[in-house]
Unconditional design. Structure first.
Length: 415
């Protein structure tokens, strides 16, 4: 009894003071893998990984159960599986989250980001994977939702071996999760992942870089929203503030510029801003671009941009962009709706990339078919805006309800 009591308090206080990754690192020496709630011996190329499903972690070998607030944070999103990986040799720290596979295997890209904390990384991957479920369902693709994040500075940690190790992690899902390029990863990076697993999409020999298709979808969504609100088919001389001019954001800017829109841009990378200014005649935003006076605000960087604190500072009539999870929470969705600002739900407008990837999964990619499907985003936006108006719901809520309805209908078909 004393032996059991000693170990209980030792492990409880030991783990409680550590983040998830610190906890995993402390166990690397024993080559243990946490899977399906239990530790067991596992010798693999990556030293330790954890499959976290549910709200508790059981250490069977020591006869104790440790309840963790960390696990409880996963539960509300309804995920099927969340896996952590830490590799000592490459320094890989990654999380893969599979949200829902009702419609099919969970597809979602893998991004690299230097998160401030492991909790921030977890929060991001949970929201992103949930968003992918809704995005794929709303686009009527036979895919579920998943996402991967690699924690660190992309300029410092990216190398072939890190991506190969990550590929082995993806392979453990046995096709339940399919990855692709995302923020700070490239098609070339995914080729290294592909050396270890077949479950990679958007490779050179198939659909390739999805960014141009994402940009095309966002452009069509912006046109749709502007026509819905003002009954005008052209964006000529419309002032559009674009936050983020990376691969997708710059692609959106090019399409808007070609139609005669007046661009105002901001990006943490000054080279991206200079490129938009010099080539597209854009103007650099003065101060916070969220507070810039414009007709349309197009967030095309990272998510969680708009909250109840800064929505009152918006000086636009439409918000429509490529970023995922633009709204911090449901309260933000309600406030922007009540403010009379037309918000185009992110997973409706930015589905172009995943659509292109989907059309390349069978190895017979058709650019024309992908473009035709991406251009349907114009009608998809109109549909969600109609539902929002009819039911007097925030557009964000109307879009989620629409996606959930499609998922539920597919559950009935499976039964």
């Amino acid at each position: 009894f004393f032996f059991f009591f000693f170990f209980f308090f030792f492990f409880f206080f030991f783990f409680k003071q550590k983040t998830a990754y610190e906890m995993l690192r402390s166990l690397v020496g024993s080559e243990m893998c946490i899977r399906d709630f239990f530790f067991f011996k596992q010798k693999t190329a990556y030293e330790i990984s954890a499959c976290l499903v549910g709200s508790e972690m059981c250490i069977r070998d020591r006869g104790i159960i440790i309840m963790s607030e960390f696990f409880k944070s996963i539960t509300p999103y309804g995920h099927e599986q969340v896996m952590f990986c830490y590799d000592k040799e490459t320094g890989l720290k990654a999380i893969i989250a599979v949200h829902d596979t009702t419609m099919g295997p969970a597809l979602g890209g893998t991004r690299i980001w230097d998160y401030k904390s492991d909790d921030d990384a977890l929060y991001d991957v949970l929201r992103l994977s949930q968003g992918m479920t809704y995005k794929n369902a709303a686009a009527n693709l036979k895919l579920g939702g998943g996402k991967g994040v690699i924690i660190g500075d992309a300029k410092k940690i990216k190398n072939a071996e890190l991506f190969r190790i990550y590929g082995r992690l993806v392979e453990t899902f046995k096709g339940k999760y399919i990855t692709a390029e995302d923020v700070n990863t490239t098609v070339e990076d995914m080729e290294y992942v592909h050396e270890e697993t077949e479950h990679v999409a958007g490779l050179k020999e198939s659909s390739g870089d999805p960014s141009p298709y994402t940009a095309l979808g966002v452009y069509n969504g912006i046109k749709s929203a502007f026509k819905y609100k003002y009954g005008v088919d052209t964006l000529k001389d419309v002032r559009i503030a674009v936050q983020g001019t990376g691969k997708v954001g710059y692609g959106v800017c090019e399409l808007l510029h070609n139609e005669g829109a007046k661009l105002i841009v901001a990006d943490i990378n000054k080279d991206n801003v200079e490129k938009a200014i010099n080539i597209l005649g854009a103007t650099e935003a003065k101060g916070n671009i969220i507070e810039q006076e414009c007709d349309i605000f197009a967030p095309c960087a990272l998510g969680a941009v708009l909250s109840v604190e800064n929505i009152p500072k918006l000086k636009c009539s439409i918000v429509a962009g490529a970023a995922n999870n633009v709204l911090v929470d449901d309260d933000a969705g309600k406030l922007i709706h009540d403010s009379g600002i037309l918000y185009v739900p992110d997973f409706i407008i930015n589905a172009g990339g995943v659509i292109s990837v989907y059309y390349g999964l069978n190895g017979k990619f058709s650019h024309d078919k992908a473009v035709a499907k991406v251009e349907e985003i114009f009608n998809s936006v109109q549909n969600i805006l109609d539902i929002s108006k009819k039911d007097d719901l925030p557009t964000s809520k109307a879009a989620v309800n629409y996606a959930k309805q499609i998922i539920e209908e597919n559950k009935k078909v499976k039964i």
